[in-house]
Design a protein around this ligand. Structure first.
Ligand code: ARG
Length: 579
């Protein structure tokens, strides 16, 4: 029995093909999910092979199929046919599907079956990573959601993965802030993050109007960078206040990290970067700044990657280079994943090119690096979402509004629950809805934020999935039968088959989401699975049937629940017992 049926089929087809004298060098079975009208899985690999060798693809497929049919154990359980110009279709028997259901019961089973691809790989994932001295706004939502889900998926697949929140705590904002805090004679520890943010705006206006203030702000920044104790104290306090506000949001979103080193952690490590990049002629001084140009690259041969500014200060690029060094040398990472919005694509392309040259020049092993980027959240007007006054919506306010709106819906729909129960449901539903709507589209596109759509109980939403889960739980509570002994025998009805076929696709979807770092595959899958479940449940009676039918259908329901919950948790959503 195979957990990943596509992998199992692939092996068997290879075996059959080899027995037919097909060269293993250029044949790959290419197993996919099939159109349900024709089968459960299909192999597409014959066509390219036949084309390459100028053979008739249908003839090659027929040979392989004949071989498969002669393999006793296989042919009893799986019906195999040639379709179209040379596809091979597989239809799993009801007995095979039942066997699958009986064997793979829980999260642990799903996990152990796919762990082999990822174990032994150490990955650092860098996400959320807001800048301090500013409240988080709607623009900070996606990195947090997508990063958290990718972390969960890779962890689930067995990767040794470390979460690092690379906060921006060493930027030029501090010169202005220290200047204005001193000018007003304020105690930093008394300030809230809102007040710090507004002070920054006042300070920015001042330096724009008046050169003298600009000079003072610059001087305060230089003093901070040179370790002036008073400035360091103000800086530290601002970061502490910022972190406390971030932590409130993280707690609400169920997001956490293993490290929060931040940019400042690397501030003393930048000299090695300048030295090594210069020594190997990877960087050169251009207009006073130390820059890396990538001559071989169309865009970056002209566009500099500035690693030290003309005034001698380090920047975002410098700390990112130092961060890579730390992650490979100290954290021993094999792979680095960065989750930010698409506007940073140039930065990461230049960073990765620079790392490759730098690591190669020193004979170091270059880590695999991936920039997982995403599009913008749009308002109904099709532009980046904003408040009426044109400022970005604060994340705290957005989450509160989600919970308030969810409460109105839950009060209306779940009158049989007590008020505290409804409040709990509303809190979970509100946050889950925002997360789900954010994870649902392919991340590289933009999407339009719509309360109405995301909180709806129909359509591909968190509410739809959570409701299905709560309904299954209620059925299981009611039937109250000894679950321990239930098992499935041969599946009989079409809806049973369709639902279980869909269940067997879960590992394929997981692998795909992990490989492409795309959580939305899981969303689409869970939505379709719930659809199949509804058809099954509406047409197949569970209780009051013969014992073996009830037992089989309960097994199907239990597995559906387990896969739905596993999937939902991999997206970082919480589930509900009652709704
Ligand atoms: N602080 C940055 C920002 O707000 C994101 C940092 C992403 N991570 C990194 N290693 N550059 O845009």
């Amino acid at each position: 029995m195979w957990f990943q049926i596509d992998v199992g089929l692939s092996k068997v087809v290879l075996e059959a093909a080899q027995a037919c004298g097909i060269s293993m060098v250029d044949f790959s079975p290419d197993i996919r999910q099939a159109d349900p009208r024709f089968g459960d899985f299909q192999a597409n690999g014959v066509l390219p092979y036949a084309k390459l060798h100028r053979l008739n693809p249908r003839y090659v497929a027929e040979q392989i199929v004949e071989k498969l049919r002669s393999m006793g154990d296989f042919s009893e359980k799986i019906e195999v046919n040639v379709a179209g110009p040379g596809f091979i279709n597989f239809k799993l028997s009801g007995g095979f599907l039942a066997e699958w259901l009986n064997l793979y019961k829980s999260e642990n089973d799903y996990r152990s079956a796919i762990a082999q691809d990822w174990s032994g790989k150490r990955i650092v994932i860098d996400y959320s990573s807001p800048n301090t001295a500013k409240q988080m706004h709607v623009g900070h939502l996606r990195s947090m959601n997508i990063g958290d889900s990718i972390y969960r998926i890779l962890k689930f697949c067995g990767a040794d993965i470390i979460r690092d929140n690379h906060i921006g705590d060493w930027g030029t904002q501090f010169g202005i802030l220290i200047m204005i805090i001193k000018k007003k004679g304020l105690h930093t520890s008394d300030l809230s993050l809102e007040e710090i943010e507004s002070l920054y705006q006042q300070g920015s206006a001042l330096v724009k109007e008046n050169e003298d203030f600009l000079a003072i702000a610059r001087n305060e920044l230089v003093k901070l960078q040179n370790g002036d104790s008073e400035n360091l104290e103000i800086w530290e306090m601002i970061n502490k206040i910022s972190q406390a506000a971030f932590d409130e949001i993280y707690a609400e979103m169920g997001v956490s990290f293993d490290h929060t080193f931040g940019e400042s952690f690397y501030r003393d490590q930048v000299h090695r970067i300048y030295q090594e990049l210069t020594e190997k002629h990877i960087a050169k001084v251009d207009n006073g700044a130390l820059c890396v140009f990538h001559e071989e690259h169309e865009q970056f041969s002209e566009q500099p990657f500035i690693v030290r500014k003309a005034d001698g200060a380090s920047n975002y690029a410098t700390t990112d280079l130092a961060t890579v060094l730390y992650r490979t040398e100290t954290l021993h990472a094999d792979e680095l994943i960065y989750v930010t919005d698409g506007r940073q694509r140039d930065h990461f392309q230049q960073l990765f090119l620079t790392i490759q040259k730098w690591y190669t020049a020193f004979g170091r092993k270059c880590p695999a690096m991936q920039h997982v980027w995403f599009g913008t959240i749009l308002g109904e007007d099709g532009k980046a979402i904003k408040t009426r006054s044109g400022t970005p919506i604060k994340l705290k306010e957005l989450l509160n509004e989600a919970k308030t709106r969810a409460k109105e819906i839950v009060d209306e729909k779940s009158k049989d629950l007590s008020n505290p129960e409804r409040q709990h449901v509303a809190n979970v539903l509100g946050i889950d809805s925002i997360k789900y709507a954010d994870l649902l589209p392919n991340r590289t596109g933009d999407y339009v934020f719509s309360w109405e759509k995301m909180l709806s109980f129909d359509g591909n939403t968190a509410a739809y999935l959570l409701y299905a889960i709560a309904r299954i739980k209620s059925i299981l509570r009611k039937c109250n039968c000894g679950m321990a002994n239930i098992t499935a025998d041969c599946l009989e009805t079409e809806p049973e088959r369709n639902l279980v076929r869909k269940l067997t696709y879960f590992p394929i979807i997981l692998s795909q989401a992990a490989k492409e770092l795309q959580p939305h595959y899981i969303c689409t899958y869970l939505f379709e699975l719930t659809g199949e479940y509804s058809v099954f449940y509406n047409t197949n009676r569970v209780l009051g049937e013969r014992a073996n039918i009830t037992s089989r259908r309960l097994t199907i329901i239990l597995r559906t629940l387990s896969i739905l919950e596993t999937g939902i948790h991999l997206l970082g959503l919480e589930t509900l017992e009652k709704m």
